[in-house]
Structures are given as C-alpha cells and as structure tokens.
Design a protein around this ligand. Structure first.
Ligand code: FAD
Ligand code: NAP
Length: 315
C-alpha cells in the first residue's frame, strides 16, 4: 500500500480542518482515521453560539454536519477505525489500528481531543448509562418533564443545565464552590432561569437507585451535611481528560514531548518535538478548548505538514 503523504488521527474540528487544508493544499494522499462519525465532541453540545459567522440557535451536530462533505470534495479519505498507536521509524510513521492493520505515512497530524472525566463519587460507574450521563443532548429527552441534577461549574455544566431546564421540570445545579468558571453571560442566564436551583458548596456523595435506574443523588455540603435530591437523571460535566494514548510507545515513553498535564508540547506552527508530527486542538498545550481554535490549529498544522512533506520528498 502506498505511503500516505499525511495521516490525520481524529476527526473533530481540528482533524477535519487539517483534512480540508492538506487536501486542498496539494497533498495527494491523505487519510483521516476517526473511530466514530466525524465531528468530535461538539456534536454533543445542544447549542453553540460562539462560532464566527454562525448566528441563530444551532446545535453542535448541525454545525459539524457539512464539514466532512467539504473535505471529501477535495479528496480526504475517512477510515472509521480506532487508532491504537502512532510510531516512527526513520522518516516513516506507522498508524497502528485496532483491527490489527497498519498504514504508513510521511507526516501525521494528531487531533484526538479530550473525553469527559468521571467525577469519582459512589455509584457513578455502576449507574453510568442507567441514569448517569455526560451528554444532555443525547439523554436529556429521557427526562422530559422530570427533575434532574447537573454536576459541575464550568461552561459545559452551565450551558447544559440551561438546555436541560428547557426540557425538564427542574434542574439542580450542584457545584463544589460558590463561584463558577464560565462566561459571565452564561452565569447570568443560569441565575435568571427560575427552574434551575443552585446547590452550591456541595459535592456529590452518592448516586443510588434500583434495577430500573437512578432514583436519587446524595450531596454533601462544606459542613458535611447530607441532602437527598430525588431525581432519575444525573448529568456530570466535570472537565475532560486529554486523549494522548496513541502517542504512548512500547517502552512507556511518548512519541514526542508532553507537559505535566499530558498535553502535547507544540510550537506556533503546531510542530511537536518529533519532526513530521503535528498536534492540534484540545490535546495540545494551552489549548483554548474552542471549536474555532481547534479548527485554526488544524489549518496551521496542515500548512506545516505540506511544507514538511515537500521538503522531505523533494530535497
Ligand atoms: P474533539 O472534538 O475531541 O475530536 C477528537 C476526535 O478524535 C473525536 O471525534 C474522537 O472520536 C477521535 N478520536 C479520539 N481518539 C481516537 C483514536 N484513538 N482513534 C481514532 N479517533 C479517535 N467549544 C466552543 O467553541 N463553543 C461551544 O459552545 C462549546 N460547547 C461545548 C459543549 C460541550 C458539551 C463540549 C463537550 C465541548 C464544547 N466545546 C465548545 C469545546 C469543543 O467541543 C472542543 O474544544 C473541540 O471539539 C475540540 O476539537 P478537537 O478536534 O481538538 O477534538
Ligand atoms: P472545566 O472548565 O474544567 O470545568 C469543570 C467543572 O467541574 C469545574 O467547575 C470544576 O470545579 C468541576 N469539577 C471538577 N472535578 C470535579 C469533581 N470531581 N466533583 C465535582 N465537581 C468537579 O470543564 P468544562 O466546563 O467541560 O470546559 C472544558 C473547556 O471547554 C473549558 O476551557 C471551557 O471554557 C470550554 N468550553 C467552552 C464553551 C464555550 O465557549 N461556550 C462551552 C463548553 C466548554 P471547580 O470550578 O471548583 O474547579
């Protein structure tokens, strides 16, 4: 099989934009390895209002639907597979896949993003998918007209609490502090939504239920007082972990330099410490964790990959 000019790992906003710019920029042979449907984590968002030029109420899914089609028009191939590892020998990278097959490439752009973190309270894993969820757009409808709890105090928790408040009769927003780390406009909207009750300075202690699913959430405040919130649905939005597993080598080291948070160290051209490997989006150091910046990284990395491959093959 021919060696790819560029392998893109991950098909979120970063990977898709890298796909658009590499193919449209002249690389002949580019495959994007994405384990699911392209679009990335924003497809789980009920509303995005900060992507430039996109006005009106639009879901993350609506935003992302045209992106793969636009890339495919310029020749990007999507292989739906889970990449297990990326290695490099000499000048050639190898993409190792869950089905046991491999693909070689002259350059790699990685944009595997991040995944929702578990909060770590009792019952969370046991009831995951049976009342505990990390996706309001996926599961919110199951709780139409019912009460639910949301855990977290960042942009995701607040935005998803607002979304759930439109579907559910009441939303208990449980946060461990009394201030939020979210956009002021979002905080304002939450504070002015009558069916959102703020449960502040409180952490989840246990989610409990029966064979049918969750029946309640017990929270503990700073004075160790317990409160039972009787809800059939608990949504946790407590941050994300970087998906860096594909960069781990057989000896346990990483393919390139990483920082203490497990994010890939890059320069302004999205170059990593390994020549020919570029990192983009939520997984790179100091990522603003926005769709627009992930897309920007993808474009920058693509331009860098085009120069790298050109120099590699033509000098
Ligand atoms: P991701 O979107 O995480 O995409 C990574 C892709 O890589 C995924 O599709 C995944 O399936 C794939 N992948 C991972 N590992 C592998 C593997 N081993 N093999 C193959 N494929 C793999 N940002 C905003 O700008 N505005 C918002 O309003 C906003 N709202 C949000 C709401 C929610 C609920 C969430 C969760 C996030 C929100 N964000 C928002 C943040 C935004 O979604 C991310 O910053 C952005 O999606 C990051 O893009 P990415 O391409 O780096 O990674
Ligand atoms: P985040 O900003 O890391 O917030 C996580 C929240 O969960 C924090 O409030 C944190 O509390 C709380 N938390 C963490 N661990 C917990 C635990 N074990 N138990 C209880 N609470 C816990 O994560 P995010 O909201 O998912 O946002 C991730 C990134 O995406 C951010 O950079 C965000 O700005 C971005 N994003 C942007 C938008 C937008 O632009 N509209 C929308 C969504 C996400 P503390 O506050 O006490 O730390």
């Amino acid at each position: 099989m021919a060696i790819l000019d560029c392998a893109i790992v991950g098909g979120g906003p970063a990977g898709l934009t890298a796909g658009l710019y590499t193919t449209r920029g002249g690389l002949e042979n580019v495959t994007m390895f994405e384990k699911g449907m392209p679009g990335g984590q924003i497809t789980q968002s009920s509303e995005i209002e900060n992507y430039p030029g996109v006005t009106g109420e639009i879901t993350g899914m609506d935003l992302m639907i045209p992106w793969p089609e636009q890339c495919q028009k310029f020749g990007l191939v999507h292989e739906m597979v889970n990449v297990t590892q990326v290695t490099k020998s000499g000048d050639i990278f190898t993409i190792h896949k869950e089905d046991g097959s491999t693909t070689d490439a002259h350059s790699v752009i990685i944009g595997t993003g991040s995944s929702p973190r578990r909060a770590g309270f009792k019952g969370e894993n046991e009831f995951f998918g049976k009342g505990v969820s990390t996706c309001a757009t996926c599961d919110g409808f199951f709780y139409k007209g019912k009460e639910v709890a949301v855990i977290g105090g960042g942009d995701t928790a607040l935005e998803e609490a607002l979304y759930l408040a439109k579907i559910c009769s009441k939303v208990y927003l449980v946060h461990r502090r009394d201030t939020f780390r979210s956009a002021p406009n979002t905080i304002n909207r939450v504070q002015n939504t009558p069916n959102i009750e703020l449960v502040l300075n409180s952490v989840p202690d246990e989610v409990y239920g029966d064979a049918m699913g969750v029946t309640g959430l017990r929270v503990k405040n700073k004075s160790d007082e317990l409160r039972d919130i009787e809800v059939p649905g608990v949504f946790t939005f407590v941050g994300n972990d970087v998906n860096n597993q594909t960069l781990i080598q057989d000896d346990g080291s990483f393919l390139c330099d990483m920082n203490d948070l497990g994010q890939v160290v890059v320069d302004l051209s999205m170059r990593t410490s390994t020549p020919g490997l570029f990192a983009t989006g939520d997984m790179r150091q100091e990522a603003p964790k926005q769709v627009v910046s992930a897309a920007g990284d993808g474009a920058v990395a693509a331009l860098s990959a085009i120069s790298y491959v050109d120099e590699l093959l033509n000098t």
